[in-house]
Structure formats: structure tokens, C-alpha cells
Design a protein around this ligand. Sequence first.
Ligand code: SF4
Length: 359
Amino acid sequence: MNLDLQTAFVRMNEACAKIGRPIQVMEVCGTHTVSIFRGGIRTLLPKTLKLLSGPGCPVCVTDQSYIDVVLKLVQRPDILIATYGDMIRVPGSAGSLETLGLRNVEVVISSDDAVQLARKNPKKIVVFLAVGFETTTPATAVAVAEAERLELDNFCVLCGHKVVVPAMNALLGGMNHRIDAFLCPGHVTVIIGSDAYRPVVERFGVPCVVAGFEPLQILSGLAEICQQLADKRPQVSSVYHAVVTPKGNLTAQKLISQYFEPYDGLWRGLGRIPMGSLRLRTEYSQYDAMARFGIEEVPGKELPGCRCGEVLCGLIDPPDCALFAKVCNPDTPVGPCMVSSEGACSAWYKYGHSRSTHA
Ligand code: SF4
């Protein structure tokens, strides 16, 4: 249940006083990150409660190797890249789609647009850049199903889809800093269901609380987290009952598992995460750009000076990067976290936070 503003603050402050030590809560959703900044929430929290922005922005977590593959493909005259807008400006080792290949690039607003592009351009192979978490994966599955139905042989998917829970496990298991709780992503949880976080709570003993995106919903989620920590009673809970259920959207889950299988793929900043990425099942390999063009996934080189990997892991705040707001800004982004409107660097820049709160 969402609390009223006063109750949320009272509950948070009382709980933080009872906890009696600094705590760090990570949001793993780019929309939460932006809403937290836009609502000025960070400035209102108890001094002992620090928010970390985690790997919740789809473009940002896409590994450098993926971007470099895209930049190679776009050079081919027989290929047309279909992509959501953010990917256009993400820098690779030698430029971005914007600077290198706009002739062969079409921005789409849905996966179906990419399929229609293939229908209209039979002499080109349309490669759809499929990035995002469980929220966008079902739409990619539908696109593959539609291409199959239409018997399109000039449509394929460069699959960069990610799975959220394995990343949370990797963060808790591998990082040398403490995450006391997760504020869990509302949209993703609509698909996967809040029960998906139970193994995280059972293994690591951290609260996982799902919240919506309005400031009051976020504050209610944070109050619930603080209460659980104060009571030493970590559990999965949701303050986003309007759309989140324990089991999630079973139809969407079925679509995902019909077309995709999990594997140990690369994430920016987190490396290979066990079962953290999705690829098309071999039955659909004709729609898999990696298979079609004989591409192997190898780790990419980080962009010089860019610390997006550390930002995504919550190890630093964007202003800790020496390039932040100097050479790196939304007009001339050096890394993906400054490109995407959901990126932490972009949010910090836009909402005027110039000083890190990391110790
Ligand atoms: S400020 Fe720019 S260069 Fe630094 S981590 Fe963020 S995106 Fe990368």
C-alpha cells in the first residue's frame, strides 16, 4: 500500500534511527533513477540512507562488444539497422551509429516497425537491435513470430536482451561494497512477478521491494525497505499492487521462454553474468544475427576514461568520473550512461547534482 507523504517520512526516519548505521539501497531501474532525481527524493532522505543507481538502463548495460558489432554491421551496404532511438548515439570504439552510418539506420518505435521495414526493403537484410529487459523481450518474440509467419528471410535480431535477477545476484555476490536492499523495477516485475525475487532474499537476506514510479510510490517503497531492515525481517514485498502480481504475466513469460534461452552473456561493468542474458533458441537461428553473420561475443574494450561500468555497479557516482560535465555531457556523451535519458550520468547532469555522495 502507498503511504501518504508524512507517514512515509516518519516511518523512514524512525526506521533509520532504529537501524543505527548507514544503509545503501540500490534501484535497478532507469525509470526509478530519473523519477528519484526529478522528484528531488535524494535530498529529502534521512542522512544515513544512500541510494545507489544500479544497472537498470537497457542501453547502458549493453556491453561495448555489442556496440562494436553494430558499428561493423552498419558498414555493410546490404544491411539496414533498425533501432530504438537511444542506441544511435551510444559511442563504440570508433564512433557511433550517428557519426558512422545513418544512411543504413532507421529509428523504430516498436519491434513491429522493424518487421515492416524488412517487408518494405526486400533487397536489404534488416537487423533489429533488440536491447532491454523482460519488459521489451516479449515484443521481440512477437516480431520473430511475425517474421516467421510472413516467411521473411531478410529480418534478423541482434539480441542484447538482459535478465534482471541474475544481475542482482551478481551484484550481491561479487562486489566489494554493501547493498542493503533493492528497490525493484516496477515494469519488469509486471512481467516476471514479484516471486522472482524470493531466491535473492533467501540467499542474501536483503529486502526486495517493488515500487511504482511516482515519487510517493518510491518513498513508500523506501519506507518499507527501511522498516524491514529495522525489523531485521527481509522479504519480497510490493507497494505497486495496481499492476504487479506475485506470478507476473504468464503469457509474456511463455513467449520469452518459447523464443529465447538464457546464457552467460556480457554486461557492461559486470562482465559475464551466469544466465544473465538471452539469445534466440536454435530453432530460430535464422533470425539470429550472430548466427547469420558468424559473430562471436567477445568482451569489448572500455571507452578511454569512461567509468560507466563502475557507475552501473553503484561503485561510484557519476561526478566521481573525471570526464563528467567536462568533456562528457548529453550533447557530447563519452559513454552510454550519458546518452540514455535513463542513464545515471544523464540524470545527475540534468538535475544538477555535481557532487558525489560516496565517502
Ligand atoms: S560521466 Fe561520461 S565518461 Fe564518465 S562514466 Fe558517465 S558516461 Fe562515462
